[in-house]
Each structure stands twice: as C-alpha cells, then as structure tokens.
Design a protein around this ligand. Sequence first.
Ligand code: FAD
Ligand code: NAP
Length: 247
Amino acid sequence: MTNWIQGKVVERIDWNERLFSLKVDAPVDPFVAGQFGKLGLEQGGERVQRAYSYVNAPHQPLLEFLAVTVDEGELSPKLHLLNAGDELMISSRPNGFLTLDEVPAGRELWMFATGTAVGPFLSILQSEDCWDRYESFILVYAVRHSDDLAYLELIQSIVAKHPQQFRFVPIVSREDHEGSLRGRIPELLKQGAIQEKAELPIKPARSQTMICGNPDMIRDTTAVLEEMGLRKNLRRTPGQITVEKYW
Ligand SMILES: Cc1cc2nc3c(=O)[nH]c(=O)nc-3n(C[C@H](O)[C@H](O)[C@H](O)COP(=O)(O)OP(=O)(O)OC[C@H]3O[C@@H](n4cnc5c(N)ncnc54)[C@H](O)[C@@H]3O)c2cc1C
Ligand SMILES: NC(=O)c1ccc[n+]([C@@H]2O[C@H](COP(=O)([O-])OP(=O)(O)OC[C@H]3O[C@@H](n4cnc5c(N)ncnc54)[C@H](OP(=O)(O)O)[C@@H]3O)[C@@H](O)[C@H]2O)c1
C-alpha cells in the first residue's frame, strides 16, 4: 500500500516549453540515489499517480523531479501546470533498483539515459559516496534537440569537480549540436563513437552499464552490449547491464 503525504512545490524550472523540473518540499522517507517516488494529483475524486525519479541526492533537503509533458498523457500535462506554492501528493516510501548497490564492481560505470531519465543518474552523481566505487563514470545523455539537454550547468560542475573520473557524452539525435554526437545510442555504440568520445573501451571484464529511459532504446542498447559480450545483471546471475524502463 502506498502511503501518501502532501508535498508543496517550492520552485519550478522550465528547460523548454515541455521539459521542466519541480522542486518539492515533503517529508518522505530516506531514499537511495537512483530511486523514484510516486507523484499524484486528484482528478474528479480520483488520484492519478505516476513514478518520477529523484534528481536530487539523498542528502539534499528539497526533492527534485525532471518531467516532460506528454501530449496525450494523463498526469504530466497537469504537473506542467504546477507553480511554486501548489500542493501535490507524493508517496512517502521510495521504490526502485537503479541504484549502485545493485551494480557489481568494475572499473568503469557507464550510465546511458534518454530524455528525463538523466534524473536518477544525476542523483547518483551528486551523492559524494559514489565516487570511490568505480575508477571512472561516463554519463551518456541522449535527447532529440539541443534544448532538451537539461542540467548542463550541474553536469559541467561535476566535470569540474571530478575531471579525471567523470566524462560526459551528450547526444542530440535530430540536429547538429557542437560538442554532442548526433544519432542514437545503439548505433553510436556499434560504431564506437561513444567509446571514442569517452576515450574508454566497453568490455565485460571491466565495464558496468546502467540504462534508463525509453524502452525501445533500452532494448536496442542491450542488444548491442550483448553483442560486445556483456550480460543482463540479475540478482541470481550478476552481469553488466542494469536497466530501468520509464514506460
Ligand atoms: C520507474 C519509473 C520512473 C520514472 N521517472 C520519470 C521521471 O523522472 N520523469 C518523467 O518525466 N517520467 C518518468 N517516468 C514516466 C512517468 O511515470 C509517466 O509515465 C510520464 O510522466 C507520463 O505520464 P502521463 O500520465 O502524462 O502519460 P502516460 O499515460 O503515463 O504515458 C503515455 C506515454 O508517454 C510516453 N512517455 C512516458 N514517460 C515518458 C518520458 N519520461 N519521456 C518520454 N516519453 C514518455 C510513453 O510513450 C507512454 O506510453 C517514470 C516511469 C517509471 C516506470
Ligand atoms: N509535439 C511536439 O512538438 C513534441 C516534441 C518533442 C517531444 N514530444 C513528446 O514529448 C515526449 C518526450 O519525448 P523525449 O524526446 O523526451 O523522449 P524520447 O522520444 O524517448 O527521445 C529521447 C531520445 O531517445 C531516442 N530514442 C528513441 N527511440 C530510440 C531507440 N529505439 N533507440 C535509441 N534511441 C532512441 C530519441 O532519438 P530519435 O530522435 O531518433 O527518436 C531521442 O534522442 C514524447 O511523448 C514525445 O511524443 C512532443
């Protein structure tokens, strides 16, 4: 049973017309970086609820969520209308297994995200205790258009703080954008373009990967990584590919 509590929107950030973040004040239970909570709004006497990953690290006091308005969606267009001072329902208990505790040891940790799924990786990367777990962290963040790249300042601040350990590979699929690769994650992995930009190879003996977001991207990326010899990470049979689908 979900235990619902009330949260208050403290701030919203508009990255573009449809992509936004909400900072929420709510006394939720402690969570592990990479997990998600449920947000809910009452509509016609019923609560419409969906899962949203925490973008903030567990030690940061305000909860932060990155969301995109899905035109035909039930909840996201309504979340998009919220402003500072508005209230919403939030599950007090966190959920999810896209956490470092679930990922075996390795040399490098690759984090592959499409769209809003960059959120849980930013939570992990803002947690100071993640940095002694792997030699290197590579964030691969794929969006349609350059103005869909959210949190670039935060990401640059992580690069500045961990210049040896952290690499950022932005991908824009539908236009050329300076500093970003153009295309889709699976094809760019197959071509070796992502590995070249990160200046690191992907091999089962050294690489761990986390993939989050669009389910078709997860399917296609998993297939390419399996061709490279990596295997799905299951509790019974540990491997190198840990995933979380957003729909
Ligand atoms: C574990 C988990 C964590 C999630 N975390 C986030 C998050 O941090 N931010 C977020 O925006 N969404 C997240 N989602 C998706 C979110 O729960 C909703 O599905 C989404 O906001 C759309 O809700 P909706 O009611 O408007 O439309 P829905 O009826 O739920 O979805 C309609 C369609 O919209 C598309 N869609 C759904 N989510 C996305 C998305 N994020 N990006 C692109 N297309 C999408 C899919 O085609 C889906 O079938 C998460 C989902 C899961 C399962
Ligand atoms: N009406 C509008 O003007 C408009 C504009 C933007 C978004 N939207 C809606 O907003 C929502 C969010 O869209 P979004 O752009 O954040 O998420 P998205 O559709 O999941 O796209 C994010 C990234 O994932 C890539 N991708 C999609 N399928 C893939 C696959 N099989 N393998 C690898 N990569 C794949 C996309 O590449 P590709 O670009 O190659 O697909 C894009 O780079 C969607 O519901 C969308 O319909 C509407």
